[in-house]
Design a binder for this molecule. Structure first.
Ligand code: GLY
Length: 305
């Protein structure tokens, strides 16, 4: 038995690739990495690696992570520049480094030592991203809000029972250089533990981090909740906690899977879609109804970022 799930409609190509690998008996690490590669290379996906949103200095800075639920080994990279496949650097950190998280030039030099290929700026930064950057500079001058912070998060469960979570993102549009989102932060943007399950998140990293959405979801599945119950409980509770504390809550969404390959998904805003596949089920996209909708509750309080 195998199963895979991933965030957003753009993950369809990743789920298709991961499914082929898992169905052929491949392992969950390869499935997650190779699935995410397709999205990282797709210039039409404006929030992940090539074609992704730029930071406040007009640079492409990438975050990614991978966690193996059988070994609990983890690899995370943040604020990486000049690479098309940050998830491959994350995998290398997980498999070859004694550390869990590498950032900036340290991560880039580690990638060089591992023989991971660099990519030119001309390949990584698309004209559309530069145009959006110029428009956003004007918006910032006019004190308008900048939106944009989507992630590909993918979970793969292979036929040996190993579950892996992985993420990749260019992070929040117009972020301060050096800003790290939730996607490479253990327990926030991702988590995996064989038997209990795995979770990945997308949305505004600052809110996902302060509520540790992914580890909480896995812990609830470990305690016996179904993936859907766990996901709904965490998104509802995290959103309520931020708003009740008097702060603005931004978009948050998660997808999760337990050790049996059963899936769940939850969000606090309209428009979240995930894609999944498992044995006997072709890749399928599903629109999620929010368990709590930040568009429909008073939410005009203090911004924290
Ligand atoms: N969830 C992506 C980010 O905030 O960086």
């Amino acid at each position: 038995m195998w199963s895979t799930i991933s965030t957003w409609p753009f993950s369809l190509q990743a789920v298709e690739k991961a499914s082929q690998i898992l169905a052929a008996g491949g392992n969950a690490v390869d499935a997650a990495e190779q699935g995410i590669h397709l999205v990282e290379s797709d210039p039409k996906v404006d929030s992940v690696a090539r074609g992704g949103w730029l930071n406040a200095k007009g640079e492409l800075e990438l975050d990614a992570a991978m966690m193996h639920g059988g070994t609990l080994r983890v690899g995370c990279v943040a604020a990486v520049k000049g690479f098309e496949h940050p998830v491959t650097i994350a995998r290398a950190v997980m498999e070859k480094s004694k550390h869990n998280i590498l950032v900036g030039t340290g991560a880039e030099e580690f990638a060089d030592k591992c023989g991971i290929e660099r990519a030119d700026e001309d390949r990584l930064i698309m004209p559309a991203a530069r145009k959006l950057y110029e428009e956003n500079l004007k918006k910032l001058e006019e004190e308008q809000e900048i939106v944009g912070h989507d992630t590909i998060g993918l979970i793969a469960l292979d036929q040996s029972g190993n579950i892996v979570s992985a993420t990749s993102t260019s992070g929040a549009s117009m972020k301060t250089p050096g800003r790290v989102g939730d996607s490479p932060i253990i327990g926030s943007g991702f988590y995996a533990m064989n038997g209990a399950g795995a979770c990945v998140a997308t949305g505004l990293g600052e809110d996902i981090m302060r509520t540790c959405c992914s580890h909480r979801t896995v812990a609830l599945m470990e305690a016996g909740l179904s993936p859907q119950e766990a996901a709904d409980k965490v998104i509802y509770s995290a959103t309520r906690a931020i708003i009740d504390a008097g702060y603005h809550c931004d978009c948050m969404a998660i997808v999760c899977m337990n050790g049996k390959g059963e899936i769940g998904a939850s969000c606090n805003h309209q428009g979240f879609t995930y894609t999944y596949a498992h044995e006997g089920q072709e890749p399928t996209s599903v629109v999620v109804t929010p368990i709590i909708d930040i568009g429909g509750i008073p939410n005009e309080t203090k911004h924290t970022c």
